[in-house]
Ligand binder design. Structure first.
Ligand SMILES: NC(=O)c1ccc[n+]([C@@H]2O[C@H](COP(=O)([O-])OP(=O)(O)OC[C@H]3O[C@@H](n4cnc5c(N)ncnc54)[C@H](OP(=O)(O)O)[C@@H]3O)[C@@H](O)[C@H]2O)c1
Length: 374
């Protein structure tokens, strides 16, 4: 973690001691880092989880400052009263919780859950909500020119997301493929397979973001939207989240080919800092697109092989012989200029993600490797 942004003293931690803020989905990959960042900056934090007593949330209570300034509350985004209870007395809410799934049945959790969060925050007199969107709500538009620069004005094409499946929307929808690939039965045999015909994750994130924006405007609530792309880096939680599992599958050799597709990446600590900066900066509002690097699948696996040659990372493209998908251009100027966010190099982020997965027992330690990125 860059000390410049997380140093409590340099960010007026003393003044923030009194402020109570709430993080929904506190135990998840991104939520946990948002909680950690807030605690380091001196906030009192209330984290929500559907089962706060579960061992999967135990890591939160071990964070620096947690004993004095973190409490966990049970809340489900579909249970309005639980949200009112969680937001009572809070000046800020970070709405991170969301199913990361292409299951159409979970879309209402995202959309109605977000409507509930915004209204409960307004009812409880919260000053500002920071909402976690996704670049799946931004980049999926087959008609966008390859020369266009992806920025905060861009939206995915809803119909395209709704009517294409994870196979046919290649090369655009790397993100939905990612969500899809951890849902298929041969990887998670305990999951009941459901037919996946739509990119519902992207649809859900689009609708949730639009709902958040409309409801916040209607209720006169300040809203800032953080729009992360595929997020990597070390996990605080014990269980593997989807985007970490995506990297783990390449290292385990269970992913036999890489897609002829490009994807955008950033580090989870940068995502957390973006959330807190979007909360703290006076006047921060609207979308902040957080993209650190855009890589073709071939470049991603090459980077992993370079960092960890001892693992059986595939070198085979699933579309051998076809022209390589072109990278898209993007702008992260708003988040850099207005919020002052600096991006962690992807190689460092991937390295630390893998070491963390080894330490947590998700990956075998094959042999002591060199710190080749340093
Ligand atoms: N990771 C990425 O690459 C990425 C990229 C772009 C955007 N995002 C966005 O970032 C956010 C967090 O993602 P993540 O990767 O950290 O996922 P994660 O580790 O799976 O965490 C998701 C969280 O959502 C909570 N949740 C799910 N359904 C809920 C419900 N009905 N009520 C309350 N909480 C519920 C879960 O809480 P429980 O503990 O109660 O299960 C969990 O803590 C999501 O909004 C996601 O769309 C993620």
């Amino acid at each position: 973690m860059s000390s410049s942004n997380s140093n409590k003293a340099s960010n007026g931690g003393g003044q923030q001691q009194e402020q109570l803020v709430c993080v929904t989905g506190a135990g998840g990959f991104i939520g946990s880092w948002v909680v950690k960042e807030l605690l380091l900056r001196g906030y009192r934090v209330r984290g929500t989880a559907r089962d706060p007593g579960s061992s999967k949330n135990a890591h939160l209570l071990a964070l620096e400052g947690a004993r004095e300034r973190l409490t966990l509350r049970r809340a489900d985004v579909l249970d309005y009263d639980s949200l009112l209870d969680a937001f009572r007395g809070c000046s800020g809410v970070f709405h991170v919780a969301s199913p990361v799934s292409n299951d159409p049945e979970l879309v209402p959790v995202d959309v109605e859950g977000t409507r509930n969060v915004i209204n409960a925050a307004a009812d409880e007199g919260v000053r500002r909500v920071v909402f976690t969107s996704s670049y799946g709500a931004v980049h999926m538009d087959p008609n966008r020119s390859p020369d266009a620069v992806l920025d905060e004005t861009c939206w995915s094409d809803y119909d395209f997301c709704q009517h294409t499946d994870v196979k046919t929307c290649q090369p655009l929808c790397f993100l939905c493929r990612l969500v899809h690939c951890v849902s298929v039965p041969q990887i998670h045999p305990y999951l009941t397979p459901k037919p996946l015909v739509q990119n519902m994750y992207c649809c859900a994130k689009m609708m949730a973001e639009i709902t958040a924006t409309a409801e916040a405007a209607r209720r006169g609530l300040q809203l800032a939207v953080v729009v992360p792309c595929v997020t990597t880096g070390p996990m605080l939680q014990q269980t593997l989240n989807f985007s970490s599992n995506h990297i783990a599958r390449y290292l385990m050799g269970t992913k036999k080919t890489y897609p002829n597709a490009v994807a955008a990446y950033l580090d989870v600590r940068d995502v957390a800092r973006a959330h807190v900066l979007a909360y703290e900066r006076p006047g921060a509002h609207g979308r902040y697109l957080c993209i650190g690097a855009v890589l073709h699948g071939a470049q991603l696996v090459a980077m992993l092989r370079d960092l960890f040659p001892e693992y059986p990372v595939t070198a085979k493209c699933e579309e051998d012989g076809k022209p390589m998908a072109k990278p898209y251009k993007f702008s992260n100027q708003r988040v850099r200029d207005d919020l002052g966010l600096e991006f962690t190099p992807l190689k460092k982020s991937l390295y630390e993600a893998v070491v963390c997965m080894q330490q947590k027992g998700h990956l075998p330690v094959i042999k002591q490797h060199q710190r080749s990125y340093l």
